[in-house]
Design a protein around this ligand. Structure first.
Ligand code: ATP
Ligand code: MG
Ligand code: FE
Length: 349
């Protein structure tokens, strides 16, 4: 069947259509511009924007796929984690589509969606693989087997800020526009990545090999800026941006490659908004090639939040014969990532 995927956990309203692992069409609307002057996502504004965008986005995804609503055979929706008001809108919409079309509904974990997105470009994901999720809200190394059936193993997570959050917060300190990640990436082009000596957190011999910590980088960058200003000198933003980007890319890729080597796994998958970063991409390619590890990074539109990723995980669940969610399934804003499907345990295959 054709699976309609709906995503609304943060500031992107996404709809995607997937059948048998093939992406047929997708559309995304973002309320990012409405949050820019607040310097971060405002939950109420995000939820209202989802209400406005939902039906048009679903319509546009169908148009791009050359399909009609009547051809949809299942609906998948992100039930968590995310902003509760924002999730509520997507789940309400998904229930309406599923109920009115008389097709099954699947509630899925947002991060499992990010992982599944990588399977939409370049064929199904190998089993097993190591996945590095790097986004605005998450930084985790996962060991993934069969995404639709097996539990997801957490190798390590960030102990404080996510990598994207570190990009965003440091960009603010440096006076760069919101969202900070792309702005740092652009500014770094003219900078010296070794100009500012920044730490490589948790990479010492006694440290957790797969855990991350990024809040110290932001503080170190702030201190560097203050030091310059106190001395009456203008800090070179490009140098700070390049140095920050290097520290984050170095730490992420070192630990991701190590996780593959330690577990004897031949494929690394990198997903989430930070996978768009040019230095993260270049350094992962270089280090994976050196270690003989195959690298999968989906194209940029599949890296950030979108509906295709939700349709992708829904498609895997349908084909695995997973039990659908009840039509009164509720949101779970802080859902832990254990299984891709956020359906009750008792209903799992
Ligand atoms: P989550 O998926 O964890 O709920 P999210 O929805 O905010 O969080 P994404 O939409 O996947 O995450 O990614 C957004 C993040 O990616 C932001 O922090 C943004 O700054 C960062 N980002 C996007 N492009 C780049 C880039 N080129 N370099 C660095 N960071 C980037
Ligand atoms: Mg986002
Ligand atoms: Fe996301």
């Amino acid at each position: 069947p054709v699976v309609l995927g709906i995503e609304s956990s943060c500031d992107e309203t996404g709809a995607g259509l997937v059948r048998d692992g093939v992406l047929l069409g997708q559309a995304v609307a973002s309320s990012m511009d409405e949050h820019a002057r607040y310097g971060g996502v405002v939950p109420e504004i995000a939820a209202r924007a989802h209400v406005h965008a939902m039906a048009p986005v679903v319509r546009e995804a169908l148009d791009r796929a050359g399909l009609t609503l009547g051809q949809v055979g299942a609906v998948a929706v992100t039930t968590g984690p995310g902003l509760s008001g924002a999730l509520q809108v997507g789940v309400a919409a998904a229930k309406s589509y599923a109920f009115s079309l008389g097709v099954p509904l699947y509630g899925v974990h947002h991060l499992a969606g990010h992982v599944a997105a990588a399977g939409l470009a370049g064929g199904p994901l190998p089993n097993p693989c190591v996945v590095l999720i790097v986004s605005g809200g998450h930084t985790s190394l996962l060991l993934v087997r069969d995404l639709a059936r097996d539990p997801i193993v957490h190798l390590g997570d960030t102990l404080d800020d996510a990598a994207g959050e570190c990009f965003d917060k440091t960009a603010r300190i440096l006076g760069l526009p919101y969202p900070g990640g792309p702005a740092v990436d652009r500014a770094a082009r003219d900078g010296d990545p070794h100009a500012v000596r920044l730490p490589r957190p948790l990479t010492g011999p006694g440290d957790h090999p797969y855990a991350f910590s990024f809040s110290g980088l932001k503080t170190a960058a702030a201190r560097w800026v203050e030091g310059h200003r106190a001395a009456g000198a203008e800090p070179r933003v490009a140098d700070a941006a390049a140095s920050l980007q290097e520290a984050i890319a170095d730490t992420l890729t070192r630990k991701a490659v190590r996780a593959c080597v330690d577990h004897g796994i031949g494929t690394l998958v990198v997903v989430g908004g930070v996978a768009a970063n040019s230095r993260v991409r270049a350094l992962t390619e270089q280090r994976c090639a050196a270690a003989g590890i195959a690298l999968r990074v989906p194209p940029l539109p599949l890296c950030t939040d979108n509906g295709a990723m939700v349709a992708a995980i829904g498609d895997l669940l349908v084909r695995a014969g997973a039990a659908p969610a009840p039509l009164d399934v509720s949101i779970d804003p802080s859902a832990p990532l254990e299984y891709a499907a956020l359906t009750p345990r008792a209903l799992r295959p």
